[in-house]
Design a protein around this ligand. Structure first.
Ligand SMILES: CC(C)(COP(=O)(O)OP(=O)(O)OC[C@H]1O[C@@H](n2cnc3c(N)ncnc32)[C@H](O)[C@@H]1OP(=O)(O)O)[C@@H](O)C(=O)NCCC(=O)NCCS
Length: 171
């Protein structure tokens, strides 16, 4: 990848690309949420949702929003309310297939970690789907076997979380 990567907030012009990335990643798993649900999550917390911009195009995205620990958004519903800081839920991250394994997710996660610190969050949570829990374990997330994610995540979904890393820790 020769072009520089710029992680920035999502703009209105990015949504067609974000919706297409989400559809291509999750439709085969039966987990596609669609535009209205995705936009409702970003609307709750625009400061914790980003795209990885490569050559002026959204090559990946990350949506995160404050959410009570040990609970998860319902994939079939739009987002109703904002909740106070404490736990930041990484709802979704996708990188374009042609640009995977080049560090774009790492860029997005680093930005998220900075945002979580700035907000005063203590933990970051997520639901690992499609067998991605090994990827998340390598990023410091631990499973919560007692929390079964309901709301359309599929049988292999794993709720995981980690403390927000200190500034010098690898995130
Ligand atoms: C998961 C995903 C976002 C990773 O994006 P990416 O840009 O390829 O990740 P990076 O290049 O930043 O990789 C970060 C690290 O994870 C490793 N990695 C990336 N994809 C991996 C995979 N599928 N399995 C195991 N390790 C993987 C990389 O080798 C790298 O390791 P390193 O830091 O030791 O070098 C991407 O594969 C994706 O969009 N998948 C489909 C959607 C998805 O499953 N999202 C997560 C749902 S919870």
């Amino acid at each position: 990848m020769t072009e520089p990567v710029r992680v920035r907030r999502i703009t209105a012009a990015d949504w067609d690309a974000v919706v297409a990335l989400e559809r291509d990643a999750y439709a085969p798993l039966g987990l596609c949420e669609g535009r209205a649900a995705l936009q409702s999550r970003a609307a709750v917390s625009p400061g914790t949702c980003f795209v990885a911009d490569v050559g002026g195009r959204a090559a990946g995205y990350l949506l995160a929003l404050p959410y009570p620990a040990l609970t998860v958004p319902d994939l079939g519903r739009t987002e109703p309310v904002a909740v106070p800081p404490g736990n930041l839920h990484l709802h979704d991250i996708v990188v374009a297939p042609a640009l995977r394994r080049r560090g774009l997710a790492r860029h997005l996660l680093r930005r998220l970690t900075g945002a979580a610190r700035a907000r005063g969050d203590e933990r970051i949570s997520l639901v690992a789907v499609g067998g991605s829990d090994r990827f998340w374990s390598a990023r410091g997330f631990a499973p919560h076997p007692d929390v079964v994610p309901t709301g359309g995540y599929g049988a292999d979904a794993v709720y995981m979380s980690r403390p927000v890393p200190a500034p010098r820790e690898v995130s």
